[in-house]
Design a protein around this ligand. Sequence first.
Ligand code: ZN
Length: 260
Amino acid sequence: VPELPEVETIARQLAPLVTGRVIKGIRVLDPKLRAVSRSRLAGDRIIRVFRTGKQLAIELSGPRWLVIHLRMTGRLTWQQAPVARRHLRLRLRLEGGNLCLHDARRFGTVQVVDELVEPGGLDPTSRRFTLAALEALIGSGRQPVKPWLLRQDRLVGLGNIYASEILFEAGIDPRRAVGSLAPAELRRLHRCTRAVLRRAIRACGTTFSDFQDARGGTGSYQRYLRVYGREEQACPGCGGAISRLEQQQRSTFFCPVCQR
Ligand SMILES: [Zn+2]
């Protein structure tokens, strides 16, 4: 599932390719997206492409926004060559090429809205994500810190991969109650959240099962993963075995020695 760095990658790559182009036509191949074809986007110009939470937003001259959530297997790419038909759900014909949504499992969503609703949680890459803001969000919460990091009404954009990596880097046990973190641990959590996301964005995200960026390329952050998906392998910190546990039906990877 694309998390914040993967969606940010797609937005940054698409922006220079499609900004300023006019929509010539729209082709919807999946009945689940029928509402999009009724919205008469032809004639609108693309003003801006950006990430909002884990979603991709395309601002149109309407003014209105196309809001795309890629979910499990969605891929949004810019294509000038003939477009592959397999798993194609939506094709936006622009001047000079096509913006295509391919999606094997069809969980991705596309909406056309007149008003863009900001996500409920705080974006951990924004300037507003300060140590004080993190402390205020956490309060005296009793939830374990790993599932807390996945709460989109607190911080937006984090998923299973980066939550595990951030907690390893911060040396915090994922089972700790979030409100029990000492000031030094909160500082590490804040610093490592920023650092891990910044590095992941620089590496164009993590390619796990089938993430592809806007150019059809793959991210490279999987090379830097230190605990995620590495159960029973050697911890890069102490050499002991990485453990896996289930928290809210999701896998958490961590080192029981390095993370306290
Ligand atoms: Zn370790």
